[in-house]
Design a protein around this ligand. Structure first.
Ligand code: ATP
Ligand code: MG
Length: 582
């Protein structure tokens, strides 16, 4: 067995696990398919009595019943066809739904580093296009292959029963046809993988254009994007054409092989020894069976390509399902931490980067105190936040909260201790209230949401919307200004009342006055929680208990505002620059 057929078998077997609890549908589908094949075979078989008895006048009843027989048999055929299509589609769609859900849920638990490497477009195309390919293979194609397969078996059985000598020829042709089908399958499978990759780049490049359309307009990127898209769409077209030509060649080749068998049978029939053993009915039956075999053989070859595409899609989906989730092996949850945080000689490299983003960082914050991180852009401030929230694993050294390594916490427990406002605020396409109370169920009352929004100085603008808190913010909050989005994100963090608050440039988009107001409110809140504040505007962090100046992944200065501004260093010069500018 070649490697590819082994792997298709493995893939197929794994896919079968998804239909395990859908046995009833499969049984219904199989009954329908067998019924369909049986009806067709019976119909053909009826040629024999029609010719040998009916038309020769031996038994006139045959002619009388024939019209009724035709109606009954066509009705039965229709019912069987409906039953097999419906049942298999039911099974197929369940499989796809399960697979789609599994991939979606798995993706949600993937580490952040995975999303750094894979483009959103590629992943979207997997959930949509690849899953659809599986749906096609699982329902339409399986129906055809089983139904036509049963038909082939039924016809062959009938032929053998009538004249095994003539039918033997199929044993010679059969393996050759099988060989050709196997060869083409591999080609289809490979092309299927290529088409998927090409579809991924179509989604990616569309997504880039749609998300960045303002930049495209302003910087005149239309022709660039147009060319890029022309390229990827042409790639998809070329792969599809390859697929179609492989299919268009394989069908006639296989039919040609089958016709050799037919020609041979016709030739044999001219021998008197053979002729004498056959009635006209038997002979007609065999010849029509052979002709009837052409159609199922053709559709099996054709459908094979759908199945190979489906299996290729399964491969790529299973690869996602097999990739490692976020490491979550901690088993020492703490209901509510006090909030003492310590970095102990932490060094961290982003994947594929030689230069460390954090280089031997050590510091600690007492519970309930505040710490501010300042430093040049790209110095590693956000990375420190990402390490505490465990967005990235694989550090040297250790980070602990209340003296317990953060890797000993279950992930959800660890993250529930923190309220985090990221540098890139994301809002969901929902109402303001639902964004503030995102994923908290009914844990918070409307009053609590309003209180959080008020503290974050968000109520001021929310009240001006006709729908207030129930205003829809649009995809990623497009209906709001940058500062408004930040205030909603702050309200979202405040509502959670977590012992640790992490604010990464949380007020950078606000005017100085709003920032002061929020600052005052935050300071009140910070009293009984540990906070880590990252800021460029130094005026906002003057009151922090401790200030760390980060540069190139290292802490180069450390102390209070008062201490640092009196010592001639980086911080003092930053303060000078900022006061001179304002
Ligand atoms: P800013 O003030 O501009 O937000 P920062 O101090 O927060 O800067 P970080 O985001 O921590 O800087 O980045 C530190 C370094 O790590 C930078 O050199 C950056 O290029 C790199 N870096 C950040 N995120 C990633 C990532 N996902 N993959 C690889 N490298 C990254
Ligand atoms: Mg940052």
């Amino acid at each position: 067995m070649t490697q590819l057929t082994t792997s298709s078998f493995v893939t197929f077997k794994r896919l079968l696990e998804y239909v395990r609890d859908k046995k009833l549908g499969i049984i219904g589908g199989v009954i329908g398919m067998l019924g369909y094949a049986a009806v067709d075979a019976t119909f053909l078989y009826s040629l024999k009595p029609l010719l040998d008895e009916g038309l020769t006048g031996k038994n006139p009843d045959v002619l009388t019943y024939m019209p009724i027989f035709v109606l009954v048999i066509i009705t039965a055929r229709g019912l069987a066809a409906f039953m097999s299509s419906y049942c298999m589609a039911w099974v197929g769609n369940h499989v796809v739904m399960k697979l789609q859900r599994a991939v979606f849920n798995h993706l949600m638990q993937m580490p952040v580093a995975f999303f750094d490497k894979n483009s959103t477009g590629d992943l979207l195309s997997k959930i949509t296009y690849d899953c659809n390919q599986v749906a096609n293979a699982a329902s339409n194609s399986l129906v055809s292959i089983f139904r036509e397969g049963a038909m082939v078996v039924a016809l062959l059985a009938m032929m053998f029963y009538q004249s095994w000598q003539l039918s033997l020829i199929f044993f010679v042709v059969g393996p050759v046809v099988g060989f050709v089908i196997n060869k083409v399958s591999k080609r289809f499978r490979g092309l299927g993988h290529q088409i998927q990759a090409a579809m991924g780049s179509v989604t990616t490049s569309s997504e880039q254009m749609l998300k960045g359309h303002k930049e495209v307009l302003m910087f005149g990127g239309q022709s660039l994007e147009q060319d890029k898209f022309a390229d990827v769409s042409n790639k998809v077209r070329r792969q599809n054409m390859k697929m179609i030509s492989a299919q268009a060649i394989s069908v006639p080749v296989i039919q040609f092989l089958a016709s050799i068998a037919l020609a041979f049978v016709l030739y044999l029939a001219t021998f008197p020894q053979v002729m004498d053993t056959l009635t006209p009915g038997t002979f007609t039956l065999i010849i029509s069976s052979m002709f009837a075999l052409m159609k199922p053989i053709k559709s099996i070859t054709q459908v094979n390509n759908e199945i190979q595409k489906g299996l290729a899609a399964c491969d790529s989906l299973f690869a996602i399902l097999d990739s490692d989730l976020e490491k979550d092996s901690g088993n020492k949850p703490i209901a509510r931490v006090k909030g003492q945080i310590a970095f102990n000689q932490v060094t961290f490299h982003y994947q594929g980067k030689e230069k460390p983003a954090l280089d031997n960082i050590s510091f600690s914050v007492e519970a309930g105190k505040s710490i501010a991180l300042v430093g040049r852009s790209g110095s590693g401030k956000s990375t420190i936040a990402s390490i505490i929230t465990r967005f990235y694993d694989g550090i040297e050294g250790d980070v602990s909260i209340d003296g317990q390594s953060i890797y000993d916490f279950p992930l959800d427990n660890l993250r529930s201790q923190m309220a985090y406002v990221s540098q890139k605020v994301h809002l969901f396409d929902d109402t303001i209230a639902n964004n503030i109370a995102y994923a908290t169920g009914d844990n918070y009352s409307r009053e609590q949401i309003i209180a959080a929004a008020t503290t974050a100085h968000a109520m001021e603008f929310i009240e001006q919307f006709p729908d207030g808190l129930d205003t829809l913010v649009g995809e990623d909050g497009v209906m709001l200004s940058g500062g408004q989005r930040q205030r909603i994100a702050i309200a979202r963090a405040l509502l959670r009342d977590a012992p640790i608050l992490i604010l990464d440039e949380a007020t950078s988009a606000l005017d100085t006055e709003s920032e002061r107001h929020i600052q005052a409110a935050l300071e009140a809140l910070q009293k009984d929680r540990t906070s880590i504040v990252i800021a460029h505007r130094l005026s906002t962090i003057e009151n922090a208990d401790q200030i760390l100046v980060v540069d190139q992944g290292r802490i180069i200065e450390q102390g209070t505002h008062q201490f640092l501004s009196q010592h001639d260093g980086v911080y003092a010069s930053l303060v000078k620059m900022q006061t001179a500018a304002s």
